[in-house]
Design a protein around this ligand. Structure first.
Ligand code: SF4
Ligand code: SF4
Length: 94
């Protein structure tokens, strides 16, 4: 994989037990870094999966998701070698 030297500005945490596999986050994500997994959760839904890189921390997936608690966006702020982290979780922007 090529190293672009760019650092991701965000990251995702997906609670697969809360995801209903609707795919709205997959459609909404501008850099297309969310996919639906082939594996099913205990409700039988394919779950959203972060590809592992490229998240900008924009929060659009969080706003698009109808399931409270399914997506948490972590915004990463890089200052020198120390990274500050802000979390966007359910209840924000609703
Ligand atoms: S925060 Fe933005 S870039 Fe990151 S996964 Fe969600 S929609 Fe995509
Ligand atoms: S929008 Fe929410 S419920 Fe729908 S696939 Fe994405 S994480 Fe799952």
């Amino acid at each position: 994989m090529a190293d672009t030297g760019k650092r991701d500005r965000g990251s995702l945490r997906i609670d697969t037990d809360e995801c209903k596999g609707c795919g709205l986050c997959v459609e909404a994500c501008p850099p297309k870094v969310i996919h639906l997994s082939d594996e099913l959760n205990h409700y039988g839904y394919p779950t959203a999966t972060y590809v592992g890189a490229g998240c900008t921390g924009c929060g659009i997936c969080f706003l698009a998701c109808p399931e409270p608690g399914a997506i948490t966006v972590l915004r990463l702020a890089h200052a020198g070698s120390s990274a500050a982290k802000a979390e966007m979780s359910e209840g924000v922007g609703r």
